[in-house]
Design a protein around this ligand. Sequence first.
Ligand SMILES: [Zn+2]
Length: 156
Amino acid sequence: MAEADTGDEADRLELDDDGWRERLTDEQYRILRQRGTEPPFTGRHHRTKVAGTYRCAGCGNPLFRSEAKYESGSGWPSFFRPTDPDRLRNRTDHSDSMVRTEVLCARCDGHLGHVFEDGPAPTGLRYCVNSASLDLDPDGDEDVAPDGSAGPAEIN
Ligand SMILES: [Zn+2]
């Protein structure tokens, strides 16, 4: 591992391919690591209105808050603002004969979706994110161990 990381990079999560396959479900791996897209209206979060924090499904980075989520009609979870722009990274995406702005998690480089400039006020942005890239952490769950890094909690 490189030791010359800058302060901003200290928090990064980098795994090799086997590590990601072990950590993620097949669907999450396909989307986060292979820049896939789930079919619209199929994800678990596009209609969710639960108050909480949407974390990167790859590394737990708190990317979006429910207050910034809105119904865009696209069939994917849509947000007009991230919790902190520094937690995201943008990259120009020329795939599928379009020029779009891809949005990645700044901590693990996981593919989240794309950002478009047709969103609502106050930002005018629409972060169009795959449900599979997000884990919802509902408010009021502070009793859950903060180191719950082993994956989603089992519901008994
Ligand atoms: Zn991440």
